[in-house]
Design a protein around this ligand. Structure first.
Ligand code: PLP
Length: 343
């Protein structure tokens, strides 16, 4: 089989959720948007639900509706994009809790689904989603009269503990929510690590569950092993791959492995990327193609059957570094072609 294997360690995922929960006295939800960061929302959400997670967060109502089928009745499913036009039936039928982000959404929600639970999103400076102070002052009394299930905001710089923006947003969140009785939430993974001042009544970890930075103590969750299809000798002066981008300067052994940019191995990683076999690192040579990558295995004593891109020897964040991006983008780019196994 030439299909690469993406293995997802469910026990490690659950342990990450438990250890993030243990850092706070409040409730820890679980963010499972974008197919649980590319790892597969069904097994991920089921495992977290079994472990005791009672609040889940998704980006859009359609994700919420699929999640409801997976989880059944009971857990609260919160939708970050709120109540968009066309969402009403999904929100009603799947019992979703939209995190309303504007007066327009608030009006849409109470008109279409009076009495249906909702949350509120406030903008504390990120300028992405949520009501700003003026809008919020105008709506505050009406909104609070309807007892929101959650009032939340999001930190822009929580992965940089020393960033002045963190304290600024914390203060604005306090000012905007002072005296309010509804449960409040400000922290994602980065915010949890900033300490209890940021935790309020619920935290919303995503990346930390999946083993990514900024949660440095996370247990790794993902391993990616790619089969070697063929190995060949390449003489001095011969090239490998598209555009002849790599030329052998000494006699080389080149393995062609079975994955490429269609599988989320970003083409831009090419010149910097390594894979591993055991503890030996082997460099990518030439351009990453859609379904294949050349790897220099000259130094190896044995011909490998597979090479590891993500796993014990290099983390998701190391791989992200090859493309000057973040672990989040690597995980959510992992394509549909892998055989995903849950261990
Ligand atoms: C994605 C997201 C989260 C989770 O963030 P992580 O950094 O992955 O922990 C939490 N809250 C909001 C609003 C988000 O968009």
């Amino acid at each position: 089989m030439a299909t690469a294997i993406l293995s997802i360690d469910i026990a490690a995922l659950v342990e990450n959720w438990r250890s993030l929960s243990a850092m706070t006295r409040c409730e820890a939800g679980a963010v499972v948007k974008a197919d649980a960061y590319g790892l597969g929302v069904q097994p991920v959400a089921r495992a977290l639900s079994r472990a005791g997670a009672r609040n889940f967060f998704v980006a859009v109502a359609e994700e919420g509706a699929s999640l409801r089928e997976i989880l059944g009745e009971g857990p609260q499913i919160n939708v970050f994009s709120g109540h968009m036009q066309g969402d009403t039936e999904l929100i009603r039928d799947a019992q979703l809790t939209p995190m309303l982000n504007s007066v327009d959404q608030m009006l849409r929600h109470v008109e279409a689904l009076p009495g249906h639970p909702f949350g509120l999103q406030l903008d504390t400076g990120m300028n992405r989603l949520g009501m700003e102070e003026a809008e919020w002052s105008a709506l505050r009394e009406v909104a609070l009269g309807q007892t929101p299930a959650l009032i939340m905001s999001h930190l822009a710089c929580a992965d940089e503990a020393d960033h002045a923006m963190n304290a600024r947003q914390l203060q604005v969140f306090h000012e905007m929510t002072e005296g309010i009785d509804a449960p409040r939430s400000l922290a994602a993974t980065g915010g949890i690590l900033l300490g209890p001042d940021y935790h309020f009544d619920m935290v919303r970890p995503g990346i930390g569950l999946y083993g990514g930075m900024p949660y440095v103590d996370a247990r790794p969750v993902v391993q990616l092993h790619i089969p070697v299809i063929q190995i060949r000798d390449v003489a001095v002066g011969e090239s490998v791959g598209y555009g002849n981008a790599w030329v052998a300067r000494s006699p080389s052994r080149i393995a062609t492995i079975s994955a490429g940019y269609a599988d989320g191995i970003l083409r831009g990683m090419g010149p910097n990327a390594h894979l591993h076999t055991g503890s030996s690192a082997v460099p990518v040579v030439g351009r990453i193609s859609m379904d294949m990558i050349g790897v220099d295995v000259t130094g190896l004593a044995e011909e490998p059957e597979t090479l590891e891109l993500i796993g014990a020897h290099q983390s998701v964040d190391t791989v992200a570094g090859f493309a000057e991006t973040i672990g989040y983008e690597i995980l959510t780019s992992l394509g549909a072609r892998y055989k995903r196994i849950y261990v």
